[in-house]
Design a protein around this ligand. Sequence first.
Ligand SMILES: Cc1ncc(COP(=O)(O)O)c(C=O)c1O
Length: 473
Amino acid sequence: MTSIEFKKHAYEFVDWMANYMDTVEDYPVKSKTQPKDIYNSIPTEMPELGESMDTIFQDFKDKIVPGITHWQSPNFFAYFQANTSPPSILAEMLMATLGIQGMKWDTSPASTELEERMMEWLGNKMGIPKNWTGVIQDTASTATLASIITAREKKTKFNINDNGYDGTKYRIYCSTQTHSSVEKGAKIAGIGKHNVIKIEVDNELAMRANMLEKAITNDIKNGFTPLCIVNAIGSTGTLAFDPLDEISTIAKQYGVWLHVDAAYAGSALLLPEYHHLISGIEHADSFVFNPHKWLFVNFDCSVYFVKDKNALVNTFAILPEYLKTKTDGTVSNHCDWGIPLGRRFRSLKLWFVMRSYGLEGLQNKLRLHIDLTKWLEQQIIASSDFELVVPRHMNMLCFKYIPKDYTDSKENLNSLNEVLLHTLNDSGKLYVTHTKVNGVYTIRMSIGQTNVTKVHIKNAWNLILETARNLQH
Ligand SMILES: Cc1ncc(COP(=O)(O)O)c(C=O)c1O
């Protein structure tokens, strides 16, 4: 493809992209495609000869777009958002064009140094202790795995890295609500998922610190070695906040590594009024949050802060001859700060987003999302046939439908709510997901999409009311 042809297609794509952003609400939010529809529409073999970009682009529109769930629709309330924003997309275009690998300082000094500065920008405003250091990871799952492995190495004076396990049984603690990446990390790190101890939660689904302490002391008595505690600041199901101040005191007392998983809610630490959520962070060891969720930066971009940078680097550093450079020892080589060698230039997206919105612009969006959630919370409380299953946490609502004078079984109420959820999602007008809270089927609505406004929330609420009241029960 010549540069003239490239320009022609790129302009055409940009027109499509801008139009998509303007019309994303017109698509069914959740794809209506059936299993294998897309697969069967793609030829069984690679083409022998190159095809024109016009043909390829047409197929993208005809075959791929119908199989897309529109995460960028302001009517997307499912899971946690994976937001983009125009400045982030523009940065992605440049990143794709530069196509660098930022593994070592030498392989693109700008990537390493912009990343260092962006970590400071974020850490300073989020209340991360000044002596901590940040680095971008691809996902929170990877950051949590890195944290578990670093905890393991620090505990064993880097012995397991060299000699493997010696039979000591390690334990990891998190609440029953903590994200599955902790269990996955324990499996991969060789700790074993049965050594992940799930601590009971209170009525707001936050970890009970006294039960954590009990589990640790029991384990010590029984010959286990407590290795790591994972404290959720915003659990996945209901956005519950574990009490970091109490848990960090326990971690300090028993010498256990403390990792804070704030994958989604961490973005709200840009709001000073939420800094209390991480009170006690100075006694923790690591912290992760995902700008690729609620900070308008395209997937992937996960920010990981550590107190002991040397422990992280000593855990992961490896220096084969072909990676040696003249600057080794004098600069940061980010390939030593995590699992993969190759690294994308993700800090460029953060830089574009933080400069384009400014702190105030980001704060306005986050506060708007929380205010919209508060508005909907009031509607649910005031309604005669909907109930919050747990209190609102930040921008997350967990609720159920319970028809007036309902007398049928709990199981049937669960089924009714499940039908409600599927009917809503099948309408294509919005997308919500669910969780179960103490056996109760719970509709879960996270309100944080880049372009969501009051109109979307009002429409969503009207649709939920109307759909529920038309259900047969
Ligand atoms: C609290 C929490 N931690 C970790 C993760 C994993 O995130 P990632 O997809 O970045 O690995 C999620 C995903 O939603 C999450 O909600």
